[in-house]
Design a protein around this ligand. Structure first.
Ligand code: HEM
Length: 447
């Protein structure tokens, strides 16, 4: 049996999915249960799953039967290329993932903490005195952190140029409505809408290529202090190096995957904390007690459970996207009572999972105690980073970045939200606070 679909005509399902997916998905869950499908024009049938046990089945499935790379590259290969971890499957995927993962997780991610802190303080110094859109600032900072982590051995001017090009690509290219409408992606030259997106993309790839060429010229001798140099100098299991194209695509993919996600979540974290003075005060108490006015270090992270709970809760409360993790069946696949034929697209429906009353007490309320130490959600209940062997490759870095940036802002500044209402609105592929979250920052008076 194939999962049910709402009675709405496909065209209405598509329009609602593009404009207001969260309410559509909640309605479907209420009327059809935790597994249903939508018929999306130009995109096919998508099965949405919001049952922890079935998410586990999906994430742990044999990667030859249920693939990710193939569907990721079908959706985004035209922008990101086909030779990166994101777009690979099987052994190719594992080999590449092993080469990249250590730079963004475990000790590799902790080593980046001083850089994240330094870049945060530089960005804070550039805050305007009046109101500004926090989301743009947060995107730019996430880009800046990734640019410096990847290319710290290059000059500041080179990194700034890369960040600038990426920012333009993200702002003018990736926010084009055409991104979600493959049937309208026609290149009629650089002044046509799609031609313009491709031109912005080319400028990003060119900038990355220029920076990696220095490193490729002397793979093992080049200053190994940055991630791009380390990737250029490391060998795959068969002893070979990454090709120039592979290295460029890997870096573009990581920066692409890592900056809007982190920037938007940061914006939601700030909005949630600012709207709840009781949460802000409790967070400040923890930060002041543990850090006692000194710079945050990697060893502090374990001592800040409330900060982590606030971040996890903000991710739950304000989902970034209608799904987190996409798979494609290549053989008949059993998911609970359903039998999915080959070529079925299946996604984790994170917003529905995050709002289930049987999984979270009072889910409509922002409450970091949903993630307190004695209240941790069981495995497969909260998976904003996907799961299994496709789990987000930048999770470690993202978690440290969110913690450090939030800690630096909350302990030093009083934040005022300068708009009457903040709502989730579509912003490219993700959802973000309306109007980019207008804020004013005032240094916190000494207590
Ligand atoms: C809070 C921020 C982030 C969120 C919520 C997020 C979320 C995700 C999700 C849901 C996936 C798909 C997982 C799956 O299919 O099971 C993913 C994959 C990925 N993410 Fe992230 N991500 C974040 C930050 C980052 C950062 C900072 C980087 C880069 C350093 C990054 C790089 C990647 C890559 C390369 C993949 C593909 C992994 C693979 O296919 O093996 N992400 N991310």
């Amino acid at each position: 049996m194939f999962p049910p679909s709402p009675r709405l005509p496909a065209v209405l399902q598509t329009v609602r999915f593009l404009r207001t997916p969260f309410s559509l998905l909640h309605e479907c869950f209420e009327s059809l249960g935790p597994v249903f499908h939508l018929r999306l024009l130009g995109l096919g049938k998508w099965v949405f799953v919001s049952e922890p046990e079935l998410i586990k089945t999906l994430f742990k499935a044999d990667p030859d039967v249920v693939r990710s790379g193939e569907i990721n590259s079908r959706q985004l290969g035209f922008l990101l290329g086909l030779d990166a971890t994101f777009s690979k499957d099987g052994d190719d995927h594992l080999r590449r993932r092993r080469l990249v993962l250590p730079h963004f997780n475990g000790p590799g991610a902790k080593d980046l903490l001083p850089l994240i802190r330094e870049r945060t303080l530089v960005a804070i110094d550039r805050w305007p005195h009046d109101t500004f859109a926090f989301q743009s600032w947060a995107h730019r900072l996430s880009l800046d952190v990734l640019g410096h982590a990847m290319f710290s051995a290059s000059t500041d001017e080179q990194i700034d140029e890369l960040v600038e090009r990426f920012d333009r690509f993200a702002t003018d290219g990736l926010r084009s409505p055409l991104i979600m409408m493959p049937w309208l992606q026609v290149d009629l030259g650089r002044w046509s809408p799609w031609g313009r997106v491709l031109e912005l993309r080319r400028r990003v790839f060119d900038a990355v290529r220029m920076l990696v060429r220095d490193r490729l010229a002397d793979r093992e001798g080049y200053d190994q202090s940055d991630i791009a140099s380390k990737m250029a100098g490391s060998r795959e299991a068969d002893g070979s190096f990454l090709s120039e194209d592979a290295l460029v695509e890997e870096i573009v993919n990581d920066i692409f995957a890592g900056h809007e996600t982190t920037g938007n979540i940061l914006s939601w974290c700030l909005e949630c904390v600012t709207s709840r003075p009781d949460v802000r005060d409790r967070l400040r108490e923890e930060l002041d007690r543990v850090l006692a006015g000194r710079p945050i270090e990697a060893s502090d992270l374990r001592q800040l459970p409330y900060l982590h709970a606030v971040i996890q809760e903000a991710i739950r409360y304000r989902p970034l996207a209608p799904m987190a993790g996409m798979r494609l069946t290549k053989e008949p696949f059993t998911l609970g009572q359903f039998r999915l034929p080959p070529e079925t697209i299946v996604v984790q429906c994170f917003p529905v999972m995050a709002n289930r009353t049987d999984l979270y007490r009072d889910p409509e309320r922002f409450d970091p105690d949903h993630f307190s130490d004695d209240n941790k959600p069981p495995a497969y209940h909260w998976n904003p980073f996907g799961g299994g062997r496709r789990m987000c490759l930048g999770k470690g870095l993202a978690e440290i970045e969110l913690a450090v940036i939030m800690a630096e802002i909350v302990r030093r500044y009083d934040v005022e939200i300068c708009q009457s209402k903040v709502e989730p609105v579509r912003d490219g592929v993700f959802f973000a606070p309306s109007r980019g979250l207008r804020v004013r920052m005032t240094p916190r008076p000494p207590s």
